[in-house]
Design a protein around this ligand. Structure first.
Ligand SMILES: [Zn+2]
Length: 247
């Protein structure tokens, strides 16, 4: 009887692949710990620890991972350097900046970290529009951070001001509650002073399209209707610059 169970186990083992999901699918951004266990003879090993974050690597494809919840998240090229910097710095937001941030108003992002849209000036005098400041205790790793062109830390920042492209606190609070109308589409209907209708998808925090700026917008207080032609912002400015502060 025991022998039979063992045979069955070996049979299952045969169908498991060697390595990790990234060995077979390069565009992968993460996978469940359970998924790895049940489908792979894992070649992922603990290799390092930076700022209390455990770093894993697949011996076969050399991809690096860290664990977030019950998932292995892939570490993107360059993010190890960023993590080292993050763990070294004191990322507490200074009071003068906090006052400016509170004036603009914080809202949640998809992972329940607080974010704010603004314009910043770095200590070196460089200015950046379309900047998201995020208050998070999670490490700056994974796909979410790889979409930003510029990544700075709160102690790089000299000055914060409101962005003319930023979406108001009232709209952002409403947009968090928007319901999915089709795959990944969470519309909130807005209007400008001329009555032009605009649609914000999900928790976008900037708008700049067809000469309509985020700060000119207000809630239209009506449902999205597929028959109506709206203006959309497809530029994803919100994904340009991020500034990281700890909670
Ligand atoms: Zn692999």
């Amino acid at each position: 009887m025991n022998l039979k169970i063992e045979n069955l186990f070996n049979l299952f083992k045969k169908y498991k692949k060697n390595g990790c999901p990234n060995c077979f699918e390069k565009n992968i951004i993460g996978f469940g710990i359970d998924y790895l266990k049940s489908n792979f003879i894992s070649s992922i090993k603990l290799t390092d620890e930076i700022g209390k974050i455990k770093i894993y690597q697949c011996e076969k494809c050399k991809a690096q991972f860290y664990i977030q919840g019950n998932m292995y998240e892939k570490i993107i090229d360059g993010q190890i350097e960023l993590l080292k910097e993050w763990s070294k710095r004191n990322l507490v937001c200074p009071n003068d900046l906090k006052i400016e941030i509170e004036k603009i108003g914080l809202t949640n992002n998809w992972s329940l970290d607080k974010i704010v849209p603004c314009k910043v000036e770095l200590n070196n005098g460089k200015k950046y529009e379309y900047t998201t400041i995020i208050f998070s205790d999670k490490p700056p790793l994974g796909h979410h951070y790889s979409i930003y062109k510029n990544i700075f830390f709160i102690d790089d920042i000299k000055h914060i001001s409101e962005s003319e492209y930023g979406i108001s606190l009232e709209i952002r609070r409403q947009a968090v509650k928007s319901e999915e109308q089709s795959m990944g589409f969470y519309p909130t209907v807005l209007k400008n002073r001329d009555g032009k209708k605009v649609v914000l998808n999900g928790i976008s925090i900037f708008f700049n399209s067809s000469n309509i700026k985020g700060s000119e917008l207000e809630l239209a207080n009506e449902e999205w209707n597929y028959r109506v032609e709206y203006t959309y912002d497809t530029n994803n400015y919100s994904e340009k610059t991020i500034v990281i502060a700890k909670k």
